[in-house]
Ligand binder design. Structure first.
Ligand code: MN
Length: 510
């Protein structure tokens, strides 16, 4: 749905050197190409053709309009003919939306026998796109360059990736994260500079006292809670005995449902796209077991709200909450979760990391229908029976990511991982995944630790490293990538180069 709220603008670079007829032709070629992109069924966001730009004035006007149109999530530029790039300087100075420079050509194969100068003048991207590329590099413009024929699926997929990231980027420029409770005391890696985060990545982080959450809690209607509990029993496997209204377990599920309705109400009311919780702060410390307040941590609520697209970070981790929301948008609501490095499994070449959390793992990564269960949870100040969804996650390739604050910059850390078969945990009934970081447990975990990565990360079966490359480019933040080719020697060298680059290069502060 969110993708329908945005569009991508297409601007064709041309000039009047070859006469008005040539520009008319350029215009018709561009329309045909944009129509073909839109009709391909491969692009999640509609591309809107904005005409040819033939002068500095026209470029600047189009870029100003792109900035001012909230529907525009980004701009695709393509130089049909040789487009003298000085005419792009003012426009590029103005543009503050993501840009994709598409290096393609209207004509596919050279018509060797018939090609004349007129034909060549109308198929001059080889020339024009390099002129344009030069001015972008000279001006240190952050962008994605996609090279490929405009009808090829591989080309369209690269544009589609960028479109999804551009929409997630637009979404994060209007993102409010609510912190219900503060950061977990003394934890460094989940904390950071919220002012800088808003400057660099767009989202705003607010504190919301738990007393305010409870004011919403008291307004939730019992009938709505009853209905939601019914939904739980329909959607999830469970022991029949849980439906017995006289039991403590039923009361715990009922109170979880009330917590979910409370959180959704306050998030909706405040227009927030994500939230954090703190297991040590559930409001009234004197709450009894009759349901007059949050009688357990809202784990089940967090699981379900994550699946719905709300950003979530545990223990006050607002960076993960924001990043998870971005992952969910880029993944188009499929196969993603907030996760935590839980415990290690040393097993030779199959050594792996169990990924879980106290409770809060998103059911979008479940291998089987999640199971609703109630068990004792002995952590936090309210140690009590607690409702949760339990499942294991499917084997397969995925990518996990985190952002850390290095003091002078944000660093995005991305790791390709191979999920392997996990097992149920009868004595620790929580949802989980089990993965081997690439290139191996030993190298992957070492690199992650050297980069300063969190124990929390945002995982997706759907995303590829290309998404994160596009995201880091839009945000202008450092990205380090751990994959099958990573060696510790090269990785350390990359980290050292990053230190120098971000110390000397201030141009990322556009
Ligand atoms: Mn945690």
């Amino acid at each position: 749905m969110i993708f329908d709220n945005y569009e991508i603008w297409w601007i064709t670079g041309a000039q009047l050197l070859y006469g008005g007829d040539a520009v008319v032709k350029v215009d018709s070629h561009s329309k045909e190409m944009v129509d073909s992109l839109n009709n391909s069924g491969k692009l999640p966001v509609k591309v809107v053709y904005k005409g040819t730009a033939n002068s500095s004035r026209e470029v600047a006007d189009l870029m100003t309009a792109a900035n001012n149109d909230p529907r525009c999530a980004g701009v695709i530029t393509w130089m049909h003919t040789f487009s003298p790039a000085k005419m792009w300087i003012h426009g590029l100075q103005i543009l503050n939306k993501p840009m994709l420079h598409f290096h393609t050509q209207y004509n596919a194969e050279i018509p060797w026998e018939t090609m004349d100068m007129d034909f060549m003048n109308l198929n001059q991207s080889a020339h024009g796109d390099r002129e344009f590329g030069h001015i972008c590099s000279r001006m240190r413009i952050r962008r994605k360059v996609v090279t490929g024929y405009w009808k090829d699926d591989a080309t369209l997929e690269r544009i589609a990736v960028w479109q999804r990231v551009a929409v997630a980027w637009a979404d994060s420029q209007d993102m409010l994260i609510l912190r219900f409770g503060d950061q977990m005391n003394n934890v460094a890696v989940t904390d950071g500079d919220k002012v800088e985060a808003e400057i660099r990545m767009g989202y705003h982080v607010d504190y919301c006292p738990f007393s305010e959450v409870l004011s919403y809690f008291h307004k939730v209607a019992d009938a709505d809670v009853d209905a939601l509990v019914e939904t739980y029993f329909k959607e999830y496997d469970h022991e029949k005995s849980l439906e017995d209204k006289s039991t403590e377990a039923y009361r715990k599920i009922w109170n979880s449902a009330k917590a979910e309705l409370t959180l959704r109400a306050i998030l909706t009311d405040k227009g927030a796209k994500g939230f954090t919780t703190n297991f040590d702060d559930l409001g009234d410390v004197n709450v009894d077991e009759t349901g007059n307040g949050f009688d357990q941590i809202p784990g089940l609520a967090s699981q379900r709200l994550m699946a719905e697209g709300y950003g979530f970070g545990a223990e006050g981790d607002w960076k993960s909450a924001a990043l998870y929301r971005t992952v969910w948008v880029m993944s188009q609501g499929r196969g993603c979760s907030f996760l935590e490095d839980y415990t290690l499994n040393f097993d030779g070449k199959q050594s792996a990391i169990l990924q879980a959390h106290m409770l809060e793992v998103c059911p979008l990564i479940a291998e089987q229908r999640p199971r609703l269960e109630v068990h004792f949870l002995g952590i936090g100040y309210r140690k009590t029976q607690t409702a949760r969804l339990v499942f294991t996650s499917r084997p397969g390739y995925g990518v996990t990511a985190t952002v850390v604050d290095m003091g002078n910059r944000f660093r995005l850390i991305v790791n390709d991982v191979d999920c392997i078969k996990s097992k149920p945990l009868p004595k620790l009934p929580v949802a989980s995944a089990l993965w081997i970081p690439q290139p191996s447990f030993e190298i992957g975990a070492t690199a992650w630790i050297l980069a300063g990565g969190t124990h929390h990360s945002c995982f997706s079966y759907v995303l590829t490293p290309e998404y994160w490359e596009d995201y880091a480019e839009m945000a202008g933040i450092e990205m380090v990538h751990i994959d099958k080719n990573t060696t510790i020697e090269d990785f350390k060298q990359n980290l050292r180069l990053g230190e120098v680059y971000y110390m000397l290069n201030r141009s990322f502060y556009k």
